[in-house]
Write a protein that binds this ligand. Structure first.
Ligand code: SF4
Length: 286
């Protein structure tokens, strides 16, 4: 699927000019559009070519070219890109759902199922260390942290990416309450990009973990979905995780859960060693 804001337009341009100036066809036909008529005889570029080839002006300029281009209808300044390029970018496939501009303009809702107050979107697959994978039919995948890990972290101060390209188990270092915590997606895939915007706005990671807080983008490999949970299995697991963390916190720290739900921002409430122990128990790749 392509982004609903992706628009098409036909353009024309001079095939001989060193700097290609694109003119949407909708704008042609204006009095200054000399390229489409015999007026191209007054063009200095055409005259240089015509002198060599012995051509005379008549009808549209023989160097006038046409092409199909696309542009983002949501952007304040439309930048035209060739049709083939937009298909490769996030605009021409399901990845548009993770585009900043798309989310800002369309405000798509999440409408995710919840398990005891933690969102568990049904279209995602989950790892046992609380990361999610979204695989689109276009062969693009996105990865982020789930609502459970977001709640445990609370405020994240800094995000660093270990790799930004190549086949890896995508890894990021999240700094919360001054503690560096490494999150690793357990299965490798071809990493094509990271959400670099989060480095300037780390709040998004935990405030919108399933949308604008995504971490990694890439192309799945054989084994990328290995041992992941989805549907009913994921919901049952999330329920068990909530019980397990409450018991863990009670045993290790003496903190009782408030109304069955552990407190937001454990990183800022626990001692450093306690937080590292909890992170190892629930969020490390084992
Ligand atoms: S830049 Fe974003 S909003 Fe614009 S067409 Fe591409 S995906 Fe859609």
């Amino acid at each position: 699927m392509t982004c609903p804001f992706l628009k098409e337009t036909e353009v024309k341009y001079c095939g001989t000019a060193t700097v290609r100036k694109l003119i949407p066809l909708a704008q042609t036909g204006r009095t200054e559009d000399k390229c489409s008529s015999a007026d191209h005889g007054s063009c200095s570029i055409w005259r240089q070519q015509a002198e060599v080839l012995g051509e005379t002006a008549g009808g549209p300029c023989p160097y006038l070219r046409e092409a199909l281009m696309q542009y983002c209808g949501a952007a304040s300044v439309a930048k035209l890109v060739p049709y083939s390029e937009s298909l490769l970018s996030r605009c021409g496939n399901d990845s548009y759902r993770y585009c900043e501009l798309y989310r800002a303009m369309a405000h798509p809702g999440l409408a995710a199922a919840e398990v005891d107050g933690i969102e568990v979107p049904g279209w995602l697959r989950y790892t046992s260390n609380h990361m999610w994978l979204d695989m689109s039919e276009d062969g693009v995948c996105h990865v982020g942290i789930d609502g459970f890990l977001s709640r445990a972290l609370g405020t994240v101060e800094r995000i660093s990416y270990v790799w930004q390209k190549g086949v890896h188990r995508p890894t990021a270092v999240l700094t919360a309450a001054g503690i560096d915590l490494e999150v690793v997606f357990p299965n490798p895939f071809l990493l094509t990009g990271c959400n670099l915007y989060l480095r300037a706005n780390p709040d998004r990671l935990t405030a919108e973990p399933y949308t604008r807080g995504w971490l990694f983008e890439g192309q799945p490999q054989a084994g990328t979905q290995y041992d992941l949970m989805d549907g009913g299995e994921a919901r049952v697991w999330m329920e068990q995780e909530q019980k397990r963390i409450n018991e863990y916190l009670q045993q290790q720290t003496g903190c009782a859960a408030d109304g069955g739900m552990f407190a937001t921002g454990l990183a800022g409430r626990l001692e450093r060693d306690q937080m590292l122990g909890l992170f190892y128990e629930f969020f490390s790749r084992k």
